[in-house]
Design a protein around this ligand. Structure first.
Ligand code: F6P
Length: 366
């Protein structure tokens, strides 16, 4: 708890972009100014802006029209960890702790509290800044992956789900017309939520998720069974983190100074090739990629993001620092950042959604 009077708050967006970031910023600015008569400073490009002192005042005028806009008006990055910041010395890249610069810049701007909108990478840094440097921080959970255990839902997930479902609907008509197998690769990192829920919503035949390792044999069994019933097409939805029994996730590359050390992707093409080889049926892959992170947020995400933004400012005013705003349906609550970043929310393999999917005949390749 702080007893200091709050006059000015800072806000930044960190990590991958996500539909609803602007809706949070808008709610933070409006609530701060209208309800509490605060000033708001926005830092640009995640923690990079706090380290390099790139900041601007945000007024109500700055947030006009941004509610339905994807991306973030502040910019973002999944690099620039202040505790592990790359610096060139004699042509050599070395990593340094520059977190003191953040405290200097926060003081230059007379900021009393920071609202950090991010996924587990940004929120972990927020936690460290709070615990190690005493920075009064409030977190807002963002990610299309919906993999934070301390909240019922992160904003952005619902929009990504809608995009992926629409893609499955479109692929269905091509698959059916051409009698093809189509594999759709979706994002989600180590969690299968986007694949599971879009697969169910879009009527996929096979869903591959990291939590349930698959065998090619079982995928082929399902496709052949459909063919035997006269269904000459199938839709496979593969999470980017899906992996075969005893095998590994497909890694595109390792990324040295990102919050995320590996870039996943490629499973869709691997599985499509293997299915065509095993069945002799024409099989194509579509990688949905960053389309899932863009576009206008759904009404659900706009409302959740707005509630999170207002909730985060309320938390600042009641001194709930080192905590994250969260959804405990139907209420907006708060949870310590330490708990929020402690555990990933993976798909429980025996959960009701998986069971329902199995009951209606969807195969998980297991
Ligand atoms: O965490 C969100 C996410 O879109 C993941 O689903 C994906 O693995 C990752 O970010 C991709 O990040 P980048 O755009 O940095 O490659």
């Amino acid at each position: 708890m702080t007893t200091k009077k709050i006059r000015k708050i800072g806000v930044l967006t960190g990590g991958g972009d996500c539909p609803g970031l602007n809706a949070v910023i808008r709610a933070v600015v409006k609530t701060a100014i209208r309800e509490y008569r605060l000033f708001v400073t926005g830092f640009e490009n995640g923690f990079g802006g706090l380290i390099q002192n790139r900041a601007r005042e945000l007024t109500e005028k700055d947030v006009i029209g941004i509610l339905p806009r994807g991306g973030t008006i502040l910019g973002t990055t999944n690099r620039d960890n202040p505790f592990h910041y790359p610096i060139m010395i004699n042509g050599q890249k070395v990593f340094k702790d520059v977190s003191d610069r953040i405290i200097e810049n926060v003081n230059i701007h007379d900021i009393d509290a920071m609202i950090i909108i991010g996924g587990d990478g940004s929120l972990s840094i927020g936690k460290e800044l709070y615990e190690e440097k005493g920075l009064p921080v409030v977190g807002v959970p963002k990610t299309i992956d919906n993999d934070l255990s301390a909240t019922d839902q992160t904003f952005g997930f619902d929009t990504a789900l809608e995009t992926a479902t629409e893609a499955i609907d479109k692929l269905h008509t091509t698959a059916e017309s051409h009698h093809r197998i189509i594999v759709l690769e979706v994002m989600g990192r180590y969690a299968g939520w986007i694949a599971l829920e879009s697969g169910l919503a879009g009527g996929a035949d096979v869903i591959l998720i990291p939590e349930i390792p698959y065998t090619l044999e079982n995928i082929v069994k399902k496709i052949n069974a459909r063919r035997d019933q006269g269904k000459n097409f199938s839709i496979v939805v593969a999470a980017e983190g899906a992996r075969p029994v005893g095998g590994e996730m497909v890694v595109q590359r390792r990324v040295e100074d990102s919050f995320e050390p590996i870039r996943l992707g490629g499973i869709g093409n691997v599985v499509a090739y293997e299915i065509e080889e095993a069945t002799g049926l024409e099989t194509r892959a579509t990688v949905l990629g960053h389309l899932q992170r863009g576009g206008s947020p759904t009404p659900f995400d706009r409302i959740l993001a707005t509630r999170y933004g207002a909730g985060a400012v309320n938390m600042v005013m009641s001194g709930k620092f080192g905590e994250m705003v969260c959804l405990r349906t139907p209420n907006i609550k708060s949870v310590p950042l330490a708990e929020a970043v402690h555990e990933q929310r993976l798909v429980p393999v025996k959960c009701d959604i998986v069971r329902t999917a199995r009951q209606i005949g969807i195969s998980f390749g297991d």
